[in-house]
Design a protein around this ligand. Structure first.
Ligand code: GDP
Ligand code: MG
Length: 179
């Protein structure tokens, strides 16, 4: 996509904030495949992602195509096509998840193989809901596993925080630093 913009992929488990992040910074309403589900005895509706999110944004003059793809293994048939030509991968992780570290390492390993030339950033969401989450332990563990990449905490619903994370990713990419 030389003139048509740059492709970024958001990946993460259910509830990691992929759809929120893409929606927060989109210039237009995202195309997404969130399906309304009836859930719970109170009849409240919730949304869950069954497949892809897509939108675009002009970030400081750079056109970005944003794709959100589920991180669950059974969805991995979609990963290669979504990653084709991507310059950056955003791994989002919900801090409330018990296996936050392990699932992040797994995604970095899988997506590092699928997109060897892409740059990576890890975004930790919902940390305000996870008082036991140790950010420095998390970051140091990724480092110890050989993943020397930017790790940020963010609220995926807040545009400025998502933009901050993408600016880090793009700076990293333009400095020529793949995973
Ligand atoms: N407290 C909090 N809630 C968040 C955050 N990010 C997303 N959410 C909420 O978490 C839910 C799931 O987010 P969603 O973007 O649909 O996750 P997805 O499954 O990865 O697409 C939504 O109700 C969001 O409003 C965050 O950083 N903090
Ligand atoms: Mg979603």
């Amino acid at each position: 996509m030389a003139n048509g913009g740059s492709k970024l992929v958001f990946v993460g488990g259910v509830g990691a904030g992929k759809s929120s992040a893409i929606r927060a910074i989109s210039d237009t309403a995202p195309v997404c495949t969130d399906m309304p589900l009836s859930g719970g005895a109170n009849g409240q509706k919730s949304l869950t992602t069954v497949a892809l999110d897509y939108s675009s944004v002009d970030l400081e003059g750079e056109l970005l195509h944003l794709y959100g793809v589920p991180g669950q293994k059974y969805m991995n048939f979609m990963w290669p096509m979504v990653c084709a030509g991507a310059i950056g991968i955003v791994v989002l992780v919900n801090a409330c998840q018990d296996d936050a570290i392990e699932s992040t390492i797994e995604l970095l390993k899988d997506f590092g193989e699928l997109a060897p030339d892409a740059s990576f950033v890890v975004g930790v969401t919902k940390s305000e809901l996870a008082p036991d989450f140790q950010f420095t332990t998390f970051r140091d563990r990724l480092d110890a596993e050989g993943y020397h990449l930017p790790v940020v905490r963010l609220d995926a619903r807040v545009a400025s925080q998502v933009e901050f994370m993408l600016n880090i990713l793009l700076a990293y990419h333009h400095a020529g630093m793949p995973l």
